[in-house]
Design a protein around this ligand. Structure first.
Ligand SMILES: [Zn+2]
Length: 646
């Protein structure tokens, strides 16, 4: 990568105080149009493209003679996905057993048995059965039931008003019709209508994404005896037997209203309608793994209509994405053994320590948190667990065997994962488990373990550079780490104690004071519009709070680092503090198609990219000082009106 001088990167004709995002990013955005195979192009895309190229090279190679079994599995899955000749020859064959099984189901009870069988193969159908940490006892696992059963991205897609949504729904129905035609079924339009009608009813019974943020309301544990009373539509003993959960006492149902409605529909809707629905649910998610014509058909709706992408990415990129999703640790091991620098681990550990110290100081100074609660917050901060780079111990994939058949491999992995989860559901929780591949450009906070995970793939420029400008590291990855850590202490984190149990450690007064402070932020984001659609201030509130907190904490940490190191000199004419803000803004540079922007506005709890810069800096005192922002500037907020939370 050729490094650009900072003064050439920014646009001098834009006043930083009017539009900080474009001051930093306009030149980049103008010179990086969205490629036709993508729905957006961002700093993160640039980085993940680089990682994909590295993975491509690694997976095309046969691997060393003594490579671990997991690396062989990653290469086998990749090779089977790249074998287009075999995939074309199989045509629809891999789907036929599923369709046949559905067409043989003549009564609601048959459908219920079929649902259990799919769940026992690790596949979601109507609801999703999965292993989770017990929200109220973070040392053990539970099996949870979550709403599922929709092929559109969110339940709101079935009900939102406006021309864009009308068009999307019409395009979806005609897509479903084409699927049935491709399967050689008569009355395709009629069948598509069946599918849509059932989905619409399931959607109406589904929680909204805002409702799903209420973790307390999602925690509904039932013994199997209680399930049999409350949800009478299912023979739970039979379900337990088929799914392999005979030893288990019960399940946690996330959305009870949804499960009740779904079971009622199973008994009231015509069997023909259910058959069509089940066929669509079984075939559509697998179309990207089938012969080209099915993959293309899938893309015309899920790619072009829903995201605006014009053509598919190269095959190897799609296959690598699938390998990362299905075999996250194996592909992560292949990647980190070749590309992770151990020196980066020491540098990022030092940075995390600085962030943690800065948050500690901020918590002590908060005026809205009571003394007793602060004590608990500090204890929680001390038990905080960072997982950086890659796992200390790699998972073994003992009994998993793959072949050269792509779909069969995917099915085998899903089944293997289900059996793995059944095998450990009664064991104790592994706090050091990774929920993301080390080869993924992303990061997360996990409330149940009070830990953050930063994969090797994100610990690279422009997010992090162990041998580069430390001020930029604090502005980019430092801000993201701060963001993730604050999730442990905000209104969502307040629900989980220091060992990750759903047990509120705030007083009622703390909660009220916090809400009072956050109201202004919800209101601020409610005012923003993208393409005539309003940002949802409440949906994005948690992430906006974390963006603001992350920036403040990372900035404090930088100040401490500057005091320790005395490295206050300028680079390219910019002070370390200025480089901090430049790096923060650079990280979110994004070009996005309107279709995908709309999808995110509906369901993504994060704000649109430019607001993750302009919406945040307006509330940061240091930003005004560092950039000498005048009161006449567009982003200017009087000091008394800035949101203050952390
Ligand atoms: Zn977040």
């Amino acid at each position: 990568m050729v490094k650009m001088k900072l003064q050439d990167e920014v646009t001098d004709s834009i006043n930083p105080g009017d539009d900080f995002y474009n001051y930093v990013n306009k030149k980049w955005c103008d010179s990086h149009p969205i490629p036709s195979d993508k729905a957006r192009y961002s700093a993160m895309t640039e980085l993940s493209d680089r990682v994909t190229e590295q993975l491509h090279e690694l997976l095309e190679k046969p691997g060393e003679d003594n490579q671990p079994k997991t690396s062989i599995l990653a290469r086998q899955l990749y090779a089977s996905g790249m074998d287009e000749t075999a995939i074309a020859a199989h045509d629809l064959q891999p789907m036929l057993p599923f369709i046949q099984e559905i067409e043989q189901a003549q009564h609601a009870t048959d459908v219920k048995t079929l649902i259990a069988r799919r769940h026992s193969a690790g596949r979601a159908l109507i609801w999703h059965l999965s292993l989770d940490v017990d929200e109220k006892n973070s040392e053990r696992y539970v099996m949870t039931v979550s709403q599922s059963g929709l092929l559109l991205p969110d339940r709101d897609y079935y009900f939102e008003k406006g021309e864009r949504f009308e068009k999307t729904r019409a395009a979806y129905k005609s897509f479903l019709g084409r699927v049935f035609e491709a399967l050689g079924k008569d009355n395709a339009a009629n069948r598509a209508a069946h599918v849509y009608a059932i989905e619409e009813k399931l959607a109406a019974a589904s929680n909204t994404s805002i409702e799903n943020r209420d973790t307390e309301a999602l925690y509904n544990p039932f013994t199997f005896a209680e399930l049999s009373k409350r949800f009478q539509g299912v023979d739970w003993a039979a379900y337990q037997k088929v799914t392999g959960l005979r030893e288990l006492d019960g399940l946690v149902v996330h959305q009870t209203k949804f499960l009740e409605a779904a079971l009622r529909l199973l008994d009231t809707e015509d069997i023909e309608a259910w058959q069509d629905y089940l066929i669509a649910q079984s075939v559509v998610p697998y179309m990207p793994l089938l012969a080209k014509k099915y993959e293309d058909m899938h893309f015309t709706f899920f790619g072009t209509v829903l995201t605006g992408a014009e053509k598919q990415e190269d095959r190897y990129k799609r296959v690598i994405r699938n390998v990362s999703a299905l075999l996250p640790e194996p592909i992560g091991r292949v990647y980190t053994e070749a590309h992770f620098d151990e020196a980066a681990k020491a540098a990022i550990t030092d940075l995390v320590n600085h962030i943690q110290d800065a948050l500690r100081e901020r918590i002590k100074k908060l005026d809205w948190m009571s003394g007793a609660t602060k004590q608990k917050a500090l204890e929680k901060l001390d038990t905080f667990l960072p997982l950086l780079g890659y796992p200390d111990e790699w998972r073994s994939y003992g009994a998993l065997e793959l072949t050269d058949d792509y779909v069969a491999n995917v099915l085998a992995i899903r089944k293997f994962e289900w059996q793995y989860d059944v095998g450990r559901v009664k064991g104790s929780v592994n706090r050091k488990e990774w929920l993301m591949s080390p080869a993924t450009v992303n990061a997360y906070y996990w409330p149940n373990t009070n830990g953050i995970t930063f994969p090797a793939a994100i610990l690279q420029p422009p997010m992090f550079d162990a041998s580069g400008d430390f001020a930029a590291n604090y502005g980019a990855i430092g801000m993201v780490i701060g963001h993730e850590i604050t999730h442990g202490f905000d209104d969502s984190g307040a629900k989980y104690d220091k060992i990750g149990n759903l047990h509120s450690w705030w007083t009622e007064e703390d909660r009220k004071a916090f809400e009072k402070h956050t109201q202004a932020l919800a209101h601020q984001y409610d005012q923003y519009q993208v393409d005539g659609q309003h940002v949802k201030g409440e949906l994005t509130l948690g992430e906006n709070i974390a963006d603001l907190g992350g920036m403040l904490i990372a900035y404090d940490a930088l100040q401490n680092k500057l005091r320790e190191s005395g490295q206050t000199e300028k680079i390219d004419g910019f002070t370390p503090e200025q480089r901090f803000f430049l790096a923060q803004a650079r990280m979110w540079r994004t070009n996005i198609r309107p279709e995908l922007a709309l999808q995110f506005l509906v369901s993504d709890p994060h704000s649109p990219a430019h607001l993750r810069v302009n919406g945040v800096v307006t509330n940061v005192d240091a930003w005004y000082d560092v950039w000498h922002i005048a009161a006449a500037s567009k982003l200017y907020q009087p000091a008394g009106e800035r949101a203050r939370i952390w």
